[in-house]
Write a protein that binds this ligand. Structure first.
Ligand code: ADP
Length: 420
């Protein structure tokens, strides 16, 4: 505050400028950042009243705040534009929703796939913009896990959509969903399955032939011990191969979506059949095989009997295979709302978390001791998964290495109309 400037030249004003006789200057400061100064000059000497000083200081405070906001806006605008250009050049469709399931953002790739209706920023509820129910459910889901679904978009291509939470300071602000075009991989998978099915089919007749003639060898003449041993090995090998071929053909048929033969079934019938078919196999390993059905009556279930039985058979057979002699295997059934959950538990070798993730993939076999000793193709669980999914159900596993495993298979009590 200079009330009486006697030598205005020291202030360094440019020549020709009026020479002030009094001046007040206030720093423009906001949260320890300096943005400049606000100054007011007077032609004549001026005594600053307390009120004037307060007024100018307030004005400076407001100006500093405005400057701070302008800078903040500029920074966030640059950030926003940068993010927008990154998203715009991402070839994969990206959708972002807020915590109220409204569409916040959709990149141009998403517009192309879902049509021009996908206009972001208007805060439209997601189900008004996206017609794919599965995708809407994925974006609305509250589950903590990162989920993925496959869907066919309006452009006719197959996408794998993954959604995860957008977290800001630990709080969930919404979800971001990225869709990956997997049409090419689906086509490759289809061609591969077709090829495998054709080859398996063509292998069937020669295998039957080999097995038949190998069995007959003993009938047409005496064989010595060594020859008998060789024949037995040939038959065992051929039986293994036949099992693999049958599994491959089954899987091919299930995946190809051959219509389900839906019937109303009594759950006890299915569990009894599965267990009695495997009783001998269990007894040979001294494994106690138990069934646990709830005391209250269970409603009839709509399912394809042969397929559901096969899925449970595979699970119980695995439980016996991967449990040491003297162990225990249990097949339990529970009713949860409108879903029937089968649980096959064993006291066997268990499965490591890394293996659990791949368990249901085709040809996957865990590498641990105990697995390698058993014969198998790694197709049993893939068949279980396919059958369950064809019934609109789910399979999962809980296991501890060295302690045992429980495989769960959940299927809805009723099938949608078109399947009946
Ligand atoms: P396969 O038994 O013919 O190898 P599956 O698809 O039925 O094929 O099983 C895949 C792998 O999962 C098996 O090789 C085994 O390593 C593991 N597995 C399946 N069931 C069990 C179980 N009950 N306990 C431990 N490991 C299991």
């Amino acid at each position: 505050m200079l009330a009486n400037i006697t030598r205005p030249r020291v202030l360094g004003f440019a020549p020709g400028f009026p020479r002030p006789q009094a001046l007040i200057a206030v720093a423009l400061r906001h949260e320890s950042q300096y943005y400049g100064a606000l100054w007011v000059a007077f032609d004549d000497h001026h005594q600053f009243s307390e009120e004037e000083v307060r007024f100018i200081t307030t004005l400076a405070g407001q100006a500093a705040l405005a400057a701070a906001n302008a800078r903040l806006f500029l920074t966030s605008e640059v950030g926003r534009q940068r993010l927008e250009s990154i998203l715009a050049s991402t070839p994969e469709p990206v959708l972002v929703t807020d915590h109220q399931n409204r569409l916040l953002l959709a990149n141009p790739a998403a517009w192309r796939v879902f049509g021009v209706a996908v206009e972001a920023g208007k805060g439209q509820p997601i189900h008004m913009v996206i017609k794919q129910e599965a995708l809407v459910n994925l974006l609305r889901s509250n589950s903590d896990e990162e989920k993925a679904i496959e869907l066919v978009a309006p452009d006719g291509r197959a996408y794998l959509a993954t959604a995860s939470f957008v977290l800001a300071e630990g709080r969930r602000m919404g979800r971001v969903c990225v869709l990956r075009d997997v049409t090419h991989f689906k086509e490759l998978d289809r061609l591969k399955s077709e090829f495998v099915s054709t080859v398996s089919h063509d292998l069937r007749s020669p295998l039957t032939l080999i097995r038949g003639y190998a069995t007959m060898l003993q009938m047409v003449g005496d064989l010595n011990d060594q020859q008998t041993g060789h024949v037995r090995k040939i038959i065992a090998g051929v039986e293994n191969m036949s099992r693999l071929v049958t599994n491959l053909l089954d899987l091919g048929r299930i995946e190809a979506g051959v219509g389900l033969q839906i019937e109303l079934l009594q759950v006890q019938d299915i569990t009894e059949r599965v267990v009695s078919a495997l009783q001998l196999q269990g007894a040979q390993k001294r494994i106690r095989l138990g069934v646990e059905v709830p005391p209250e009556p269970i409603p009839l279930i709509e399912a394809d009997q042969a397929l559901l039985q096969q899925a449970l058979h595979n699970l119980v057979e695995n439980a016996i295979k991967y449990t040491e002699a003297g162990g225990q295997v249990q097949l339990a059934v529970r009713l949860y709302k409108d879903e029937l959950v089968f649980a096959v538990s064993d006291t066997g070798i268990g499965i490591s978390p890394a293996d659990q993730r791949h368990m249901f993939e085709k040809f996957y076999r865990a590498g641990q001791k105990g697995t390698t000793r058993e014969r198998g193709s790694g197709l049993g669980l893939a068949i279980v998964k396919s059958i369950t999914e064809r019934h609109g159900g789910r399979v999962w596993v809980a296991s501890q290495l060295g302690k045992g495993s429980t495989f769960y298979l959940a299927v809805p009590l009723c099938q949608p109309k078109r399947e009946k």
